[in-house]
Design a protein around this ligand. Structure first.
Ligand code: PAY
Ligand code: ZN
Length: 334
């Protein structure tokens, strides 16, 4: 059976609407999908993921090799959660019917966990208050730590940390600021943000099965390989380069005539410490750990505010990109 057809890709949706769609997918695909509660955000939202695999209630299903995808770690990068939702729909056969055989094979072989929006507090804030908010929403203290005589802030209160600077991989060194109001404030210490801590804990608890980690951002149309904190090449760089070339070629094949995605080592964009893909690579020791930067391309003046009519082409090219990625991970080639 198909899920209810009310979910659409011609506009961006609020967090609750996306989660309701996941729930309706689970209701209509109960033998191959379930909701995972990954944790709770600072403002109390449940960070939900969908876990998909053939025969999900069987004992063996828990032991299958795992693929983890997340979106929306940065609040304003709206095309990321939208693309995650489309990837979920495609895996469950609600979209992209031409790829359904391939999706069946994937579900037989892997358990695929997709968390479409892992910074829901920030995401909702971009809908209600500030479209270009990037961080979480947890108060981080007074600017420069300075209070006034009355116990309030001398300057102002700062909110949020950059959740893609908050992971314990070279934490706090490059591409960060100790100004608590900065866009790239990494937090007081690694994992002091509820949402990064929750995702980290889930990944740690499943690290023996994890074969692929991919996190989706916008914008710039890039496929970023580890590591992001130094331009020194990691030992598995040759593999990363091969994977990257395959992914960007598959994406380019889909929407010919549009600007291509480019594969490069993450630090080539700008050095940044404490990102999620580097933590998975360095600390969990997973070779296949990557960051996507979705549309638009780096020269665009729409930036994070990608028009909704570009959701579908972005999402479709990234179904192809993901399939190429999975074909090329170490696990599928040894
Ligand atoms: O090296 O891992 C890295 C950087 C990844 C992203 C980051 O966290 O800064 C890159 C930026 C992002 O998606 O947040 C790129 C965008 C355009 C930005 O905000 O600079
Ligand atoms: Zn981002």
């Amino acid at each position: 059976p198909m899920a209810d057809g009310s979910y659409s890709y011609d506009s961006y949706h609020r967090y609750d609407v996306m989660i309701s769609h996941l729930e309706s997918l689970v209701a209509s695909h109960s033998s191959e999908a379930e909701i995972v509660d990954v944790g709770t955000s600072y403002e109390g939202r449940t960070i939900k993921a969908i876990r998909m695999t053939a025969d999900i209630s069987s004992d063996e299903s828990d032991d299958k090799p795992m693929i983890w995808l997340d979106g929306g770690i940065h609040a304003r990068e709206w095309v990321s959660p939208a693309t995650m939702m489309y990837i979920i729909d495609s895996i469950l056969g609600e979209q992209e019917t031409d790829k359904s055989d391939k999706m069946g094979e994937l579900l037989a072989k892997f358990q695929i966990v997709v968390a479409p929006c892992i910074n829901p507090d920030g995401y909702e804030y971009t809908h209600t208050t500030d479209r270009l908010w990037r961080k979480t929403r947890k108060p981080s203290g007074c600017r420069w730590g300075k209070k006034n005589w009355f116990g309030g802030c001398f300057y102002r209160m700062c909110y949020g940390a950059d959740p893609n600077r908050n992971w314990a991989a070279d934490w706090g060194n490059s591409g960060v600021s100790d100004d608590r109001c900065s866009l790239v404030y990494p937090g007081k210490e690694p994992f002091d943000q509820e949402n990064t801590k929750a995702v980290k804990t889930y990944l740690e608890n499943h690290s023996d099965k994890l074969k692929l980690y991919a996190t989706y951002h916008s914008y710039s149309q890039l496929f970023l390989t580890p590591v992001g904190y130094t331009t020194t090449k990691p030992e598995n760089w040759k593999h990363h380069k091969k994977v990257g070339d395959a992914v960007v070629a598959a994406i380019a094949q889909r929407n010919k005539g549009t600007a291509p995605y480019i594969a490069m080592q993450s630090a080539g964009l700008y050095p940044a410490s404490g990102d999620s893909a580097d933590w998975v690579h360095d600390v969990l020791g997973l070779t296949d750990s990557y960051t996507f930067e979705l549309r638009p391309d780096g020269n665009s003046n729409v930036g994070f505010e990608l028009p909704a009519d570009q959701i579908l082409p972005t999402a479709q090219e990234n179904v192809d990109g993901l399939l190429a990625l999975i074909d090329n991970i170490e696990y599928n080639n040894i």
